[in-house]
Design a protein around this ligand. Structure first.
Ligand SMILES: C[S@@+](CC[C@H](N)C(=O)[O-])C[C@H]1O[C@@H](n2cnc3c(N)ncnc32)[C@H](O)[C@@H]1O
Length: 199
């Protein structure tokens, strides 16, 4: 286990240290099956934002499927590593803070994986409010939500009731399914969920 100076996951330095030391237990190294099924079932490509993209494996997948995707991360080390890995799609990764990023065009989808759970729970109302601000009515928030009650993190987990309380002021949940291909840190503790922005 490497040692780290930064202890605050709301700071880019926390994440940069971990990317630089290649300590990324959250990284899936590929694209989860639920996202692949979602893309296959979509009637049309959606303009997509991936906040806190890390290595951004989904960027190549969505781009190759013809989707307009922008991935953002506030850690320079994450952005550099993602761009190195993405080759032709590198320019789709932008160094930016989720709370101030303004998408160049209206979004149809925000993809969530290991971003909410990367941040302390006190930040979550701001995350939910920004998700809601970024999506038009009918826009989708789809991805993986982590359920756990341990107080330390990251990852910081939630409960079904707490997540509903956080999101139902802005969104309706339209899909909720177990995940069969979780990596070790999330196994048995994450669900694939799709939330639709209310009118
Ligand atoms: C646990 S990692 C998950 C990375 C990626 N989503 C994945 O599934 O592998 C969390 C990421 O969120 C990024 N992050 C945290 N807060 C952020 C913010 N306010 N704006 C942009 N990125 C942020 C971190 O730099 C880190 O790369």
């Amino acid at each position: 286990m490497p040692t780290f100076d930064s202890r605050d996951p709301t700071e880019p330095a926390f994440w940069s240290e971990r990317f630089e030391q290649r300590f990324m237990p959250w990284d899936r190294g590929g694209v989860p099956a639920a996202l692949q099924q979602f893309v296959a079932a979509a009637r049309k490509p959606l303009v997509t934002l991936i906040p806190g993209c890390g290595l951004g494996h989904e960027v190549a997948y969505l781009s190759e499927a013809g989707w307009d995707v922008t991935a953002i991360d506030f850690s320079p080390a994450a952005v550099a590593a993602a761009r190195r890995a993405l080759g032709a799609w590198a320019e789709r990764v932008v160094q930016s803070d989720f709370f101030s990023f303004v998408p160049p065009q209206p979004l149809g989808l925000i993809y969530e994986r290991a971003f909410l759970c990367a941040l302390p729970r006190r930040i979550w109302p701001a995350v939910a409010a920004r998700w809601a601000e970024l999506l038009p009515p009918g826009g989708l928030l789809a991805g993986f939500f982590y359920f756990d009650d341990k107080t330390s993190g990251p990852p910081f987990g939630t409960s079904a009731a707490e997540l509903d309380m956080l999101l139902t002021p802005h969104f309706d949940c339209i899909e909720d399914a177990p995940v069969a291909d979780s990596i070790a840190v999330f196994v048995g503790k994450e669900r694939w969920k799709i939330w639709r922005k209310k009118a």
